[in-house]
Design a protein around this ligand. Structure first.
Ligand code: AMP
Length: 221
């Protein structure tokens, strides 16, 4: 099963995708995490992507799409995967369709996590990320049990440099201009499901799981 989580930065895509992936036993493919790994090990791709990420802009499509295609080629994606952070524009959505078509598969469900701007800003300004396993926490809403230490793996938590107020503004502008047309794109393909994602993470997760169950029930052979 291939599920895409869409939504503005701070809508909870990372948090939901990670938990959902564990629940469904599918890999979580987050292009932001893959890019940050490349930046931290100073790979050629990381060097090319770094500036765009720091400015809150999109990394060029060709670079991200190649990186994602290589990830999809790994054997653990055979039963499907959860996509978080890709596609970010129509060009990437079309590229994804092509990659999947070559494998005779297609996107099953697109879940659009709709969030209000005040909740987005509040979430991003307190967000903490694990340097080892990329799990997300929040200084107020979802604090770790031990200060700045990941509950899951004991890794150190840090604040993403692109979660600064100025960069958040830029990322929201980029989302509105580049990514929000994807809502119509997947609506036209009858794949889009809109969920209000302002509530608690557990409540939102239950709604997503319910959508997945409904989808599976209606596609039983
Ligand atoms: P995220 O972790 O999804 O918020 O992504 C962090 C940053 O990585 C974004 O602001 C972009 O600079 C870059 N990025 C992640 N995914 C993509 C993508 N699909 N296309 C272009 N840039 C991306």
């Amino acid at each position: 099963m291939i599920i895409i989580l869409l939504g503005p930065p701070g809508a909870g895509k990372g948090t939901q995708a990670k938990t959902l992936a564990e629940k469904l036993n599918l890999p979580h493919l987050a292009t932001g995490d893959l890019l940050r790994q490349n930046v931290s090990c100073d790979s050629e791709l990381g060097k090319q992507a770094k500036g765009f990420m720091e400015r809150g802009e999109l990394v060029p499509d060709a670079l991200v799409t190649k990186m994602l295609a290589q990830r999809i080629d790994q054997p653990d994606t055979k039963r499907g995967f959860i996509l978080d952070g890709y596609p970010r524009n129509i060009n990437q959505a079309e590229a994804l369709d092509d990659i999947l078509k070559q494998k005779n598969i297609a996107v099953d469900l697109v879940v659009y996590l709709d969030s209000s701007e005040s909740v987005i800003i509040q979430r991003l300004s307190g967000r903490l990320v694990c340097s080892k396993c990329s799990a997300n926490f929040h200084s107020k809403n979802m604090p770790p049990k031990i200060d700045m230490i990941c509950d899951n793996c004991g890794g150190k938590l840090y604040q993403r440099s692109d979660d600064k107020e100025e960069t958040v503004k830029r990322r929201l502008e980029v989302y509105l201009r580049e990514s929000s047309p994807l809502i119509q794109y997947y609506q036209d393909l009858h794949k889009l499901h809109r969920l209000l994602a302002d509530g608690e993470a557990g409540v939102v997760l239950n709604k997503i799981v319910h959508l997945v169950e409904e989808y599976n029930d209606s596609h039983k052979e």
